[in-house]
Design a protein around this ligand. Sequence first.
Ligand code: P71
Length: 448
Amino acid sequence: MHMPEPYRIKMVEPIHLLPKEQREQKLKEAGLNVFSLKAQDVFIDLLTDSGTNAMSDNQWAGIMMGDESYAGCRNFYNLQDTAQSIFECKYIIPTHQGRGAENLLFGLLIKHGQYVLGNVHFDTTEAHITLKGGQPVNLVIDEAYDTSTYHPFKGNVDTQKLEQFIEEHGAENIAFMLITVTCNTVGGQPVSMENIKQVSQICRRHGIKVFIDAARFAENAYFIKTREEAYKDKSIPEIVSEMFSYADGFTFSAKKDALVNIGGMIGIMNDEELYLRLREQVIIYEGFPTYGGLAGRDLEAISRGLREVLDFDYLQSRVGQVEYLGSLLTEAGIPIQTPVGGHAVFVDAGKMLPHIRWDNFPGVALTSELYLEGGVRAVEIGSLLMGKQAPTELVRLTIPRRVYTNSHMDYVAECLSNINKRKEQVRGVRITYEPPVLRHFLARFEWA
Ligand code: P71
């Protein structure tokens, strides 16, 4: 039987669709970059699932319990207890968001010229690795880049590539391994337990530390439970604790699976020396170690969200909504990354618009069309984001948690289907301005 969402709606936020002529005007003013649109000019916002979640009544109640003392606020200890019980880590360091955690950890662990291995590092992660003098290396399995073929764990690290890389470059030239769960860049694709375990064993044999980029750890655990035979009878908390048992620590953007709007942290399993050094660093960049750039109330909301996200029924309805949108698009004949991931449907814009060359950014063109068509904001994950020719030109329809209904999904699918019917007429775009790093946020375009 189909089960509905395991929650009901207590508060609503009105949204509006601007008339077509105004959407054209707004997009032109934004230089065809949807990051530059005002949010109020967007009808359905699928730019990101990061910090866009709807909090529960329990989390909002926690906000009122914020202890805003500079040092030692009770919410820090609540969060520490929660994180220790979920991830079985000894230490946590709160940060303002995920990239704050990356900045601190990478600054301590990367020596100039060292490699940082991963399945596929996300863009901010890659930027922080590079800024610290490191060289990011992506070792995901090849299946990840073939959007039309099914593979249950397209986020897996290719263990053969991993062994070969270590042999060729030497363990001493590798700063650490970072496994991103789920693997955002290739479509929110999960990593299997088997793979996390094997990667960890290989790395440990060579004395290489293993970290997890834990942004979507609960969605990953859901896929392990539903797709990996040996785990079908395990609970989500049991799966999470095993996943993290293979790591030395993790970075975490709480803006995803902690079901909040801001926050992050670093977790360290055992290494007291590393923890003590991080504690010195956090004071310089984020704030005192019991708040790390967040208000006490934010820490409380994270702590409560982390407990809520482990609920199987929630995860089933969450991933179920992504699957629902995916199935509508497939029915409409639109090429997508299959299977769909945990947080988004990734449209293969390269395949849908084969007449647009990669350097005329098919993903940006489709994103622009989608806003013009129905006020829907999506995001390009392709050559613009990568800063070079990407293996796939994707457009991510990222679904915020607990925010939209399936009726919104119907509308989004209809907009894309309309574009698909006149896809030959969609034009590419040309860059008119680009900043040197993370160019996708601020770049401007014109129609080619
Ligand atoms: C996402 C984001 C945030 C974002 C990035 C680029 C454009 C729009 C929005 C952030 C991640 C992430 C992973 C796996 C670390 C971060 C940084 N993702 N790791 O997907 O996905 O976390 O945003 O809290 O600093 O939209 P942070």
